[in-house]
Design a binder for this molecule. Structure first.
Ligand SMILES: Nc1nc2c(c(=O)[nH]1)N(C=O)[C@@H](CNc1ccc(C(=O)N[C@@H](CCC(=O)O)C(=O)O)cc1)CN2
Ligand SMILES: Nc1nc2c(ncn2[C@@H]2O[C@H](COP(=O)(O)OP(=O)(O)OP(=O)(O)O)[C@@H](O)[C@H]2O)c(=O)[nH]1
Ligand SMILES: [Mg+2]
Length: 455
């Protein structure tokens, strides 16, 4: 496909060592010829090779640069590409870009280079989405999932599903086109088995989204407990900084504080809340209400108890509230540096770790516990290697699954075969949405609109 020539600064704004201006399209080389003077006029610019020289606006030197040409279709966009490496100042890179635009390129929209790679067929839509996930990935695990997706793992799986569905479609078409053959078996057992396999695998992928979401967006973790047990001290210990205010006065934390820590590559989105208790203080009451809401939304609750005191009604109230919500809980007996007075017999609490947030005792054990309890159980146990992290993919797989279920129902109820064709097409179309073979301008705008300019 032939598109116009686009250009953008592909490196972040601000001062840096180097800034890269990227140009893609069939005018790229021509534009470079107009503005680039190589040091050695007799040397061949070549391809995939950095050339030293100067960017000139008429007689005026704009910057000293290195430039490379990449020849279509062997480039990121499958088009002719030029990359100009200039000095990483805000002004010079903008001057070079401006010169490029004046010489025949149009400013690229966000994600437009990657969109070209998609439109020109080098990557499918799921791979394009992976590019942005890599850029935005905050932990090793999430980047590693995105790299699998960039390699085409999801695309391959989707194509495998489609192959099975197409085989069945072909069979159904034969039955419909040649009724005189008298094939009365609506679906031979082998094809039916295949369809069941696709159904089950799609289902497993849908289920993997919960895990995928945790890896990508983090495990929502809320620290709760009655006032003054050391919740904020614990947050600070985990962050290795004095983020939250700590005092001996009960009711110190009034608003909700949110920070992210990284446990073996998984982000933990930590929320420190106001201690839960009955109070007449309006501000604190709002905080308490909010912490109750946070418990409801959390994937994991860290319940902090003061080990140096006996359990009080306020503790019991918090315990009951968590049990009511059926949350995954880790119980932290804090202030273990003091004399231990707490007695938890009869409360049926598991996953108990003794810590001192103040003296940094037991914090590593606690992190181990979180990892084995939440992550290993949930994330690593998923036998299916492929994990989806994108709600768009989940929705499409759900549509696929529903359509396959309809196929089975139609067969089992002995309904006309042409109904099966309709459902099979629906299943195939939903799968094609994932890879982008079927895509609306809306979907593309949504996917690429979230990219940065220059990507
Ligand atoms: N300077 C620079 N660094 C970069 C990129 C870039 O475009 N420029 N990338 C992107 O932003 C990423 C690398 N991704 C790339 C993906 C594909 C191709 C490419 O040319 N693919 C062709 C030819 C492959 C080959 O030589 O065999 C192809 O797949 O057909 C290049 C970069 C990260 N680093
Ligand atoms: N001895 C000891 N004191 C601690 C420990 N952790 C916290 N404290 C003290 O307990 C008091 C309350 O700590 P905070 O972290 O403010 O408690 P909180 O649970 O956030 O309190 P609120 O925000 O009021 O709900 C402070 O004086 C801390 O220094 C600990 O492990 N050992
Ligand atoms: Mg606090």
């Amino acid at each position: 496909m032939l598109f116009d020539t686009i250009a953008a600064i592909s490196t972040p704004k601000g001062e840096g060592g180097i800034a890269i201006i990227r140009i893609s399209g069939d005018k790229s080389f021509e534009i470079l010829d107009k503005i680039f003077i190589k040091k050695n006029p007799n040397a061949d610019l070549g391809f995939y090779k950095l050339n030293y020289g100067f960017i000139k606006d008429g007689e005026k030197i704009v910057d000293e640069v290195m430039a490379v040409r990449l020849k279509a279709p062997k480039s990121y966009t499958c088009e002719d590409i030029v990359e100009i490496n200039c000095h990483g100042g805000t002004l010079v890179s903008e001057k070079v870009l401006e010169l490029v635009l004046r010489n025949g390129a149009r400013h690229a929209e966000s994600g437009e280079f990657t969109k070209r790679a998609f439109m020109n067929g080098r990557i499918d839509l799921s791979q394009a989405e992976a590019v942005m996930d890599i850029i935005q990935g905050k932990t090793e695990k999430s980047v590693s999932l995105s790299l699998d997706q960039l390699r085409g793992d999801l695309r391959d799986k989707v194509n495998e599903f489609k192959k099975a569905l197409l085989d069945i479609t072909a069979h159904v078409n034969v039955v419909l086109d040649y009724p005189e053959e008298g094939i009365d078996d609506p679906l031979p057992v082998e094809l039916r088995d295949n369809l069941e396999r696709v159904y089950e695998e799609a289902n497993r992928l849908i289920d993997s989204y919960d895990t995928g979401k945790k890896i990508k967006e983090g495990i929502k973790t809320v620290i709760v407990g009655k006032p003054n047990v050391g919740k904020s001290t614990l947050l600070n210990a985990l962050l290795h900084e004095e983020r939250a205010i700590v005092t001996h006065i009960a009711g110190t934390t009034r608003d909700v504080i949110e920070e992210i820590i990284n446990i073996k590559g998984i982000p933990l989105v930590l929320v420190d809340t106001a201690g839960i208790r009955k109070t007449d203080d309006i501000v604190e009451n709002i905080g308490v209400e909010k912490s109750k809401q946070f418990i409801e939304k959390a994937d994991l609750v860290l319940l902090v108890l003061d080990a140096s005191k006996e359990l009080e009604n306020e503790d019991i109230e918090v315990i009951n509230q968590i049990k009511e919500n059926k949350k995954k809980v880790i119980v932290l007996l804090n202030k273990i540096d003091l004399n231990k007075k707490i007695n938890l017999e009869g409360y049926n609490l598991e996953n108990i770790v003794e810590i001192s947030a103040k003296d940094n005792i037991g914090i590593e054990d606690m992190q181990e516990k979180i990892y084995s309890y939440i992550v290993e159980e949930d994330v690593e146990n998923s036998s299916e290697k492929l994990i989806i992290t994108n709600i768009r993919h989940k929705t499409a797989l759900e549509k696929t699954k529903d359509a396959i279920r309809n196929v089975f129902e139609t067969i089992d109820m002995g309904l006309p075969m042409d109904l099966i064709s309709v459902d099979l097409k629906e299943a195939l179309d939903s799968l094609s949405e994932i890879t982008g073979e079927i895509s609306s301008e809306d979907i593309l705008d949504h996917v690429f609109g979230n990219f940065c300019v220059g990507k």
